[in-house]
Design a protein around this ligand. Structure first.
Ligand code: PMP
Length: 412
């Protein structure tokens, strides 16, 4: 447990909410993590001291400073994920990123899309909608043993398949999804691979080259940065297959009158996707949070989280009526379980633990926006606990005690 003590010492004082409320036990990190003080301050600094636009619009001093910070953020993130800065598009989060991808990809008649049965609604729904609008076939890879089934995937693929969406880590089953064989197989057939990294980014080092993907996205608020921030990695070569669904100020190269008709040329690359004034302060704060995680070291973070997942798994397994779902859980940050006890209400349980003795335990229940996975696995609701760098074994002990106590209230 040496690494665990080290990491906790390293981040001591970094999360204002935990300082302000010593009774909070926050186990809803897969939904949104608590925010780093340094990231909050970074956002505040840009808003308080810069406060203007960036980009190449205005050239006054504040605009130059804002642009400098924005540029620095793009470079910093690209270094961590092993991409070029020009391959980073700032977004409001993973949901926006997948809406951009679905609505920008230059689909043609009869093209087909494949998504895995693990996809979060923020990936599933944009591709579902575009498939309905353009009358394209949307195929779903069945799940086997909590992972997309490689053999079934091979049966779905054909010459018409243009896009594959495959999540690196499910937000319901936990662990890390077995996606590399599927990704490589698709890439060898010139299918574009878009990967949801929302649950992977907080505790795993991303290397977009090793992942062998064309696009990937994650959200700032899950890595300790502000809400409404996110990163969309777009491989340089993918841009020519996209026609940005978001246009406006900052995306125009030239508008001209050609024989009485207005013609517009748009900017290429990431500039074509960042329409309008951007969340410069948020992007900067995101880069500060991400650098902080990188500085602590993803290997150390993983060790800490893995030991928590293992501890929680061992302890929950001893509680009667709890059925843990998923495989290889120690690789991820999430434990979801169903309950077999009659009268066990998941909403009531969430309320019960949120005011348990003098503790406020935060957990999540329901379908957790993973409707496809729930339909496939015939699950109506789970209770999900999920960890980030500040969690401890004591959090798990108290959670398990609360679970036992809730169960005894339904016995009586
Ligand atoms: N994908 C996964 C796997 C997620 O867990 C989430 C958030 N729960 C999202 C996508 C959507 O992220 P956001 O709400 O930040 O856009």
């Amino acid at each position: 447990m040496v690494h665990t003590k080290n990491i906790l010492r390293e981040i001591d004082g970094e999360f204002p909410i935990l300082i302000n409320d010593r009774n909070l036990i926050y186990l809803d990190n897969a939904c949104s993590a608590l925010k780093f003080k340094s990231s909050i301050n970074a956002q505040g600094k840009i808003l308080a001291e810069y406060g203007s636009c960036a980009g190449e619009r205005s050239v006054h001093l504040l605009a130059l400073k804002t642009e400098e910070a924005y540029k620095k953020s793009r470079i910093s993130i690209s270094r961590i994920i092993n991409s070029k800065p020009e391959e980073i598009v700032f977004t409001s989060g993973t949901t926006e990123a997948f809406n951009i991808l679905a609505n920008s990809f230059k689909f043609k008649e009869n093209d087909e899309i494949i998504i895995s049965g693990l996809e979060h609604n923020s990936v599933f729904l944009p591709f579902y909608k575009i498939s309905k609008r353009l009358n394209l076939k949307l195929k779903i890879i069945p799940i086997k043993n909590y992972n997309p089934d490689f053999n079934e995937f091979k049966k779905l693929i054909n010459k018409k398949t243009k896009v594959l969406c495959i999540s690196k880590a499910s937000n319901i089953f936990g662990g890390i999804a077995e996606t590399q064989d599927i990704t490589n197989y698709a890439k060898e057939r010139d299918i574009k691979v878009f990967t949801d990294l929302a649950q992977y980014a907080p505790t795993h080092k991303i290397d977009v080259k090793k992942l062998n993907i064309d696009a990937g996205a994650f959200s700032g608020h899950k890595i300790g940065a502000p809400y409404g921030t996110g990163v969309l990695y777009i491989k340089e070569d993918l841009y020519k297959h996209l026609d940005s669904s978001k246009v406006g100020g900052g995306t125009i190269k030239e508008a001209k009158n050609v024989n009485g008709e207005i013609k517009v040329d748009f900017l290429e690359g990431y500039k074509g996707f960042e329409a309008g004034i951007q969340n410069y302060a948020g992007a900067y704060a995101l880069s500060v949070a991400y650098e902080k995680l990188n500085e602590i070291g993803f290997a150390k973070i993983r060790k800490h989280i893995s030991s928590l997942v293992k501890y929680a798994k061992d302890n929950l397994s001893n509680i009667k009526g709890v059925k843990i779902i998923g495989t290889g859980l120690e690789e991820g940050s999430i434990i979801s379980f169903t309950t077999e006890k009659p009268g066990f209400s998941h909403p009531d349980f969430s309320i019960f633990v949120s005011n348990y003795k003098n503790k406020k335990i935060a957990v999540r229940h329901g379908r957790v926006c993973a409707d496809l996975a729930c339909i496939n696995s015939k699950i109506n609701s789970v209770i999900r606990i999920s960890f980030f760098i500040y969690n401890t074994q004591k959090d798990i002990d108290i959670f398990c005690q609360a679970l036992e106590d809730y169960k005894s209230t339904i016995d009586s």
